[in-house]
Design a protein around this ligand. Structure first.
Ligand code: BTN
Length: 271
């Protein structure tokens, strides 16, 4: 039963989008906003429909991981999209999400600029403040659901996460107005989705590349949680949003995965 009206009520007067977030379902507690949005999309949710919750009991992350939250402190939401893109270019939607989040977040973190770790982890000073999960159904009446988990006003993380996770509050020392942040984020996302729809993927790839961490760095990419990592040097992203990773003479093009950076090799002094 949708209930979380206050955040949505605060959002409504601030929102300047045409289609993103114009039809909404808000929950105080839900299993996963992505699961709800997938079900709603199958039942005919319109383009841009937004599902948002204050707390998830079964929040899902990429590569089979879970996404934990502190109730009411972050932004947990999913949008239903029906992009007119070939299936091999749907990764561009995730890039759009990463750039939109980084742009919205930068309104509050300036002069610190958020960076993006491919495909879509948004980092501030090397710590993750946001993750995204893109899920799709490509049979009849295709759609994608872009789920975003953004750490906003958390003032601490469990010890196991503290060196990797952050929130906007921890970075800025201020409480951030979540509705204003969400409005800005949806506006920026709509701008990039409109550009993609107009066939302007190049400007998106450029905006992503400007913020991407790891270009030219030695990295390991784990394609699924159980796979052996693939090691190489990141050369950039291709026209579909995939990662170009060079291992010796081989250029691998990776459409999904999780990047970790490797320390530069240490050279022992000559005898
Ligand atoms: C990741 O970094 O692994 C992706 C995390 C995505 C989490 C968000 S929270 C809102 C939406 N609902 C979910 O179950 N997952 C996404």
């Amino acid at each position: 039963m949708p209930t979380a009206r206050p955040l949505l009520a605060d959002l409504e007067p601030l929102l300047q989008t045409n289609f993103l977030g114009r039809v909404t379902r808000g929950y105080e507690t839900v299993g996963s906003t992505n699961t709800e949005a997938m079900q709603w999309a199958r039942a005919g949710a319109p383009e841009g429909a937004l599902v948002i919750a204050e707390h998830q009991t079964a929040g899902r992350g990429r590569l089979g991981r879970s996404w934990m939250d502190t109730s009411g402190q972050g932004l947990l939401f999913s949008v239903v999209l029906r992009p007119a893109l070939p299936p091999d270019r749907l990764g561009l939607v995730t890039l759009a999400g990463g750039v939109a989040v980084a742009e919205a977040v930068s309104t509050w973190t300036a002069p610190v600029e958020p960076r993006i770790k491919w495909p879509n982890d948004v980092l501030i000073d090397g710590r993750k403040c946001c993750g995204m999960l893109l899920e799709s159904s490509l049979d009849r009446d295709p759609f994608v659901v872009l789920g975003i988990g953004l750490n906003v006003n958390q003032d601490a993380f469990p010890e196991s996460l503290a060196d990797r996770a952050t929130s906007l509050r921890l970075e800025t020392g201020r409480l951030i107005p979540r509705a204003a942040l969400l409005a800005r984020l949806l506006e920026r996302l709509e701008v990039w989705l409109d550009r993609l729809a107009a066939g302007e993927a190049t400007s998106l790839r450029e905006a992503f590349a400007e913020r991407m961490v790891g270009q030219g760095e030695r990295s390991s990419v784990r394609l699924t949680q159980s796979d052996e990592p693939v090691d190489g040097v990141i050369e950039g992203i291709d026209e579909t949003g995939a990662l170009r990773l060079r291992t010796g003479d081989t250029l691998r093009v990776l459409h999904a995965g999780d990047v970790t950076f490797q320390p530069a090799p240490t050279h022992s002094p000559s005898p």
